[in-house]
Design a protein around this ligand. Structure first.
Ligand SMILES: *Cc1c(COP(=O)(O)O)cnc(C)c1O
Length: 433
């Protein structure tokens, strides 16, 4: 299988090169030349089994093809249960049972394993540089922690992540270095992009990234949709429709891929927070990236969804793309009201991200929609206890992985919002790795 750039000005490459490069040399995103049809309707015993079937066609001819089974076993070692909610046809797809209690754990662990397997043991150590609005950094840190040949530098916006998210970024130590930046996520992203495109820096240290545009993050995420849909379809005879809390569109693109490969996934709806770039577009307004607005669902505070280029690539024109998805914006007041009502209404406590999707489900039911819908639970509510607990008036139980992380000391440091400060940090980290 070959991968091409969404911008069409880069040579087609195999999966190994695409994984290591992250971004295509013309600035585009790698997409598969074609989407293979796979038997994803047959339910497999474990999530790791489904992941292997889903990922195998992409890795045909890869140097690590023979290790794919082990890589899937490692990345998909924890379950993604599809739980029935109180209402008929209402389900919750729980993607938060990994080490950092968010869905990004699956793909971050797969990417770390794959890059580790592809690595030449004699080569210089690689520094993975990642800008994060909260959850990505923790998942990447956990996935690369103590992995030989890698160190991680995390940049996150000071004061704009929840206290537990901050601890989750700073609790690793060893080869993981977390830095608080005065500024927004966009400032962190700009610093990271500048460093990654700085030729003098790149000549001295091996820099890599692990953000959501990497194919190694995107492709594995199709597995949990394929797994849930196959089991649901076999048991009920119905396709599984999905409502996905959306920021950079990585998770939604993966659901799209799962369906295009043959998984019995029905409609895909996108739940956004007050950052309404996508709802505007899908309602017919010309695409226009916007500045990011801070909301309660901070991992979705995205004004320029990076994977939008992939969705455009997969549709002949904007009209076709608009016909394929529905996207809705959910404001903070509605997120709060949805969380407050959720224990009585659905017998769950959702995180603020999951609450956006839950609200869309409630709207569909009010409109009389009777299909089977899975709300995708992207993070565990305990990560956002300071928002959620006052709303529901009760404590949320801490998953054991999060408790272990909170019990470790924090190791973060402050970083000035300047290219020089970051370059110094990277040179020091690169030299000691
Ligand atoms: C990253 C994240 C999202 C958004 O996912 P995308 O793939 O960027 O659309 C939603 N919810 C949570 C909890 C996240 O961490």
């Amino acid at each position: 299988m070959k991968f091409v750039s969404t911008r069409g000005h880069a040579p087609a490459v195999g999966i190994d090169d695409a994984l290591v490069a992250g971004l295509a040399p013309d600035g585009g995103l790698y997409v598969p030349e074609s989407i293979p049809a796979v038997d994803l309707a047959t339910p497999r015993a474990t999530l790791a089994d489904t992941a292997l079937v889903t990922l195998a066609p992409w890795f045909e001819g890869s140097r690590i093809e023979s290790q794919l089974h082990a890589l899937c076993g490692h990345a998909f070692a924890f379950d993604a249960p599809l739980r029935p909610l109180a209402g008929p046809g209402d389900y919750l797809l729980e993607l938060f049972h990994g080490p950092t209690a968010a869905f990004k754990d699956y793909a971050a662990r797969f990417l770390a394993g794959a890059l580790g397997a592809l690595r030449d043991p004699a080569a210089q150590a690689t520094t993975i540089l990642v800008a994060t609005s909260g959850d990505t950094g923790a998942a990447v840190a956990a996935a690369f922690h103590r992995r030989p040949g890698f160190s991680v530098v995390i940049l996150y916006p000071d004061g704009r992540v929840s206290p537990r998210q901050a601890h989750g970024l700073e609790c690793w130590g060893d080869n993981v270095h977390a830095y608080r930046v005065d500024g927004s996520f966009d400032d962190c992203q700009r610093l990271a992009k500048q460093a990654l495109s700085d030729p003098t820096l790149r000549a001295r240290i091996a820099l890599g990234t692990a953000n959501s545009i990497s194919l190694g993050r995107l492709l594995p995420q199709a597995a949990y949709y394929a797994h849930a849909a196959a089991h649901h379809h076999t048991a009920s005879g119905h396709a599984l429709n999905l409502i996905i809390p959306t920021g950079n569109l990585g998770n939604a693109c993966a659901a799209y891929l799962a369906r295009a490969m043959g998984a019995p996934v029905g409609e895909i709806r996108l739940a956004c927070n007050a950052n309404d770039t996508l709802p505007q577009f899908f309602d017919g307004v010309d695409y226009a990236a916007q500045p990011t607005r801070a909301t309660l669902a901070n991992a979705m505070d995205v004004g320029a969804p990076s994977n939008f280029e992939r969705l455009r690539h997969w549709h002949v024109d904007d009209a076709a793309l608009r016909a394929a998805f529905v996207a809705r914006s959910v404001d903070d007041a509605t997120i709060r009201a949805t969380i407050r009502a959720a224990p009585a209404r659905h017998d769950i406590v959702p995180c603020p991200h999951t609450a956006t999707a839950l609200h869309l489900l409630e709207t569909l039911r009010t409109q009389g929609d009777g299909r089977d819908w899975a709300v995708v639970a992207t993070a565990h509510p305990a990560k956002f206890d300071s928002i959620v607990e006052p709303l529901v008036g009760a404590g949320v139980e801490l998953p054991s992985a999060l408790a272990a992380c909170l019990a470790r000391p924090a190791h973060g440091a402050h970083l000035d919002d300047s290219d020089d400060a970051l370059a110094r940090v990277l040179l020091k980290t690169g030299a000691s790795a």
